[in-house]
Design a protein around this ligand. Structure first.
Ligand SMILES: [Zn+2]
Length: 267
């Protein structure tokens, strides 16, 4: 089995995780910018984080023969501080042309507040001005349906954004349809305790056919499983998916979306 891990927070993982991923058939890993498990005290913290994502982490992954790519933004959780968010937005263009940057993400909403929405719109504008792909984080649990709708409307309101250059991540049964209906890609996040299990993700694929869908582990500093994507491949095998179809879902689909940025190259 080969697969692409399109959403993983590798800065919080160990080298053992890199080794396991490569051994399981991982062909590329992509790391969106996100919350670090704590609030950063100023823009310098984000500068250092962007250096880590664009410089140090690709080198760490390369020791295991794994191509590493990243996305840049200030995450919705820390966007509540609009002064800080404006400062972070101002330093992103200085990193955007680095050779492993794929686009703007993971932007979106956390608690669906007015401030978060304002900063989301500024990120969408930034992506449009620099012709960047967009990766979107959708809120958790009870806020997800409303938050997803607010995000979709904010994207639709900017006519410069092509829907198929946007992936809306962490979709679940009640949000996947509205995302696909708008012409976007949808990501399913495989978590042991929340979001989507492998069985639920494969159910969703069976219902919606698997076009414009990808799976990721979003592994981070919390309880999460770096091998969740190949484990979902095993669930597909159990359900008699052909090898070709599994390859399409775990490798072909993310490859198609991410290759819209010519910098993306999987093994
Ligand atoms: Zn994430």
């Amino acid at each position: 089995m080969r697969y692409i891990e399109p959403h993983a927070h590798m800065v919080s993982r160990t080298t053992d995780d890199y080794l396991s991923m490569v051994t399981a058939g991982c062909s590329a890993v992509c790391e969106p910018a996100f919350w670090a498990g704590f609030d950063r005290s100023g823009v310098q913290g984000f500068h250092d984080y962007f250096c880590q994502l664009t410089d140090y982490e690709p080198k760490r992954a390369a020791k295991f023969g794994l191509p590493h790519f990243c996305w840049l933004c200030i995450n919705p959780k820390e966007s509540e501080d609009m002064g800080l968010a404006a400062e972070v937005l101002s330093i992103i263009p200085g990193f955007i042309d680095r050779p492993t940057v794929l686009g703007i993400g993971e932007i979106g909403l956390n608690k669906n507040t007015r401030n978060e929405l304002a900063i989301l719109e500024r990120h969408i504008d930034l992506a449009a001005r620099h012709d960047q792909l967009i990766l979107v984080h959708t809120p958790h649990l009870e806020d997800k349906h409303k938050g997803t709708r607010l995000i979709l409307d904010a994207i639709q309101a900017d006519s410069r954004i092509q829907p198929d250059r946007v992936i809306i991540d962490h979709v679940e049964e009640h949000t996947v349809e509205m995302v696909l209906d708008r012409g976007h890609w949808a990501g399913m996040t495989l978590y042991p305790e929340s979001k989507c299990t492998a069985a639920r993700a494969v159910d969703i694929i069976e219902c919606y056919g698997g076009e414009r869908l990808w799976l990721n582990s979003a592994c981070d500093w919390g309880i999460s499983v770096p091998l969740a994507v190949p484990y979902a491949g095993l669930e597909m095998r159990k359900r008699q998916f052909s090898a070709g179809r599994i390859d399409q879902l775990l490798y072909g689909n993310p490859q198609k979306f991410l290759s819209q940025n010519p910098r993306f190259k999987a093994l």
